[in-house]
Design a protein around this ligand. Structure first.
Ligand SMILES: Nc1ncnc2c1ncn2[C@@H]1O[C@H](COP(=O)(O)OP(=O)(O)O)[C@@H](O)[C@H]1O
Ligand SMILES: [Mg+2]
Length: 382
């Protein structure tokens, strides 16, 4: 696939964060709703008095608050009773003011339709959206408006209902997606812990149980059968030596990481987080010395975890190259915070990497490249 080709997960990384999505929803609803009292105010000079604009403004504010009951995730944790009360109050505030504000208040119907769609089961919600649209059109007909205006009122009510419903649901999708990204990073860590626990259990549980049994037996035989007790004690010593060797082996497999395996893990973690990845290996990772390879694998692991945790990346490029007699691992991602000062200032991850690299004669560098990408470079003697 060419670099510029869109990939299915690509879209997710471009989405706004949950906070921005909520802010946009708030702004869209507020400005959408403002249109109705402005319409009422616009007709006020003809109908007379400044009371109507003020009253309609206040009523709109209440409708806004009631609408938020159904749009905001927190308010939606309210009891069914409270939410039903909010729906009824909104219905009253949609229809009753028609008497004094006239057909210009009809625009409120769309927001009632949206609340119904958000709060009720889909079939009932969509039916009531149709009913509200028809009722708004009917109120327009009763006000003696032209057929065109009647049709417009019905259609715009349905449209506002669907748009508000859609924007709210999309905002929820953004929040859910952001949570699943964080979950992907958390899962990667807990999977590794599980593997460690499993290996420890498989390796040690049988030898430690055998040691316990034999030690108990030796203890019981000490007086009556000294020769057998001695044999059991020797067996215990042998078992514990083996267990110790097993522990060393398991620790060694965790100390010696494979950079090739880590590249594969990086690819799948990035894919799970909806981040397009490119891995370019300019040399076979297996040819790198054991200590440096393990250090670079740890750099890659932390670097990729950071991409998922700290950036809003769409793409992450990983490159392994030779630079003279040094091997260089570079991780570059877009989507870094605009005001980011790169470096190990507010976290311990990068600081640890720096220490690890120094212990094998290497260096770690983090920078914001000219194209705005966050670039982490680790170089060490191969
Ligand atoms: N790939 C990245 N993209 C954007 N910002 C990053 C990236 N990696 C690190 N950072 C920034 O550098 C800071 C320090 O990272 P790190 O030392 O790993 O901290 P932590 O232990 O919190 O992960 C992060 O809090 C983040 O602001
Ligand atoms: Mg980190």
């Amino acid at each position: 696939m060419a670099d510029d080709d869109p990939v299915p997960g690509d879209v997710t990384a471009a989405l706004p964060g949950p906070r921005l999505a909520r802010g946009m929803l708030f702004a869209v609803l507020g400005s959408f709703l403002l249109i109705v009292p402005l319409n009422v105010a616009e007709s006020a000079p003809r109908t007379g008095g400044a009371v109507a604009p003020v009253l309609s403004g206040l009523a709109s504010l209440v409708v806004f608050a009631l609408l938020l009951v159904h749009c905001s995730p927190r308010a939606r944790r309210l009891s069914v009773r409270a939410r039903t009360a909010a729906l009824v109050a909104q219905a009253v505030l949609t229809y009753a003011p028609l008497v004094c504000f006239g057909a210009r208040w009809g625009g409120m119907g769309g927001f009632l339709a949206a609340s119904l769609l958000l709060a009720l089961p889909p079939r009932l919600g969509w039916s009531l959206l149709a009913a509200v649209s028809v009722s708004v059109a009917a109120s327009s007909a009763l006000a003696g408006q032209s057929l065109l205006v009647i049709a417009y009122m019905g259609q715009s009510t349905a449209l506002v209902g669907v748009v508000v419903y859609g924007v709210t649901r999309l905002g929820e999708a953004v929040t859910a997606l952001s949570a699943s990204r964080a979950e992907a990073a958390r899962l990667a860590v807990s999977e590794e812990r599980l593997r460690f626990a499993r290996d420890l259990h498989d390796l040690l549980s049988s030898s430690l149980s055998a040691i316990t049994l034999k030690a108990e037996l030796a203890h019981r035989l000490t007086r009556s059968h000294a020769d057998r007790a001695e044999a059991e004690a020797q067996a215990v010593a042998e078992l514990s030596r083996r267990a110790l060797a097993d522990v060393r082996e398991v620790a060694a497999t965790y100390r010696d990481l494979s950079l090739a395996d880590e590249c594969e893990a990086a690819r799948s973690i990035l894919a799970a987080a909806g981040i397009e990845s490119g891995v370019a290996l300019g040399l076979d990772p297996a040819t790198i010395g054991r200590r440096v390879q393990t250090t670079l694998a740890i750099v890659l692991r932390e670097g990729v975890t950071n991409v998922v945790r700290h950036s809003r990346a769409r793409r992450c490029d990983i490159a392994l190259t030779m630079d003279g007699d040094r091997v260089r691992l570079q991780i570059a991602n877009d989507g870094a915070a605009a005001d980011l000062v790169p470096g190990p200032v507010d976290g311990s991850g990068l600081l640890n990497l720096g220490h690890r690299l120094a212990s094998v004669g290497g260096v770690l560098r983090t920078e914001i490249a000219a194209d705005g990408r966050f670039v982490l470079t680790a170089a060490a003697p191969s």
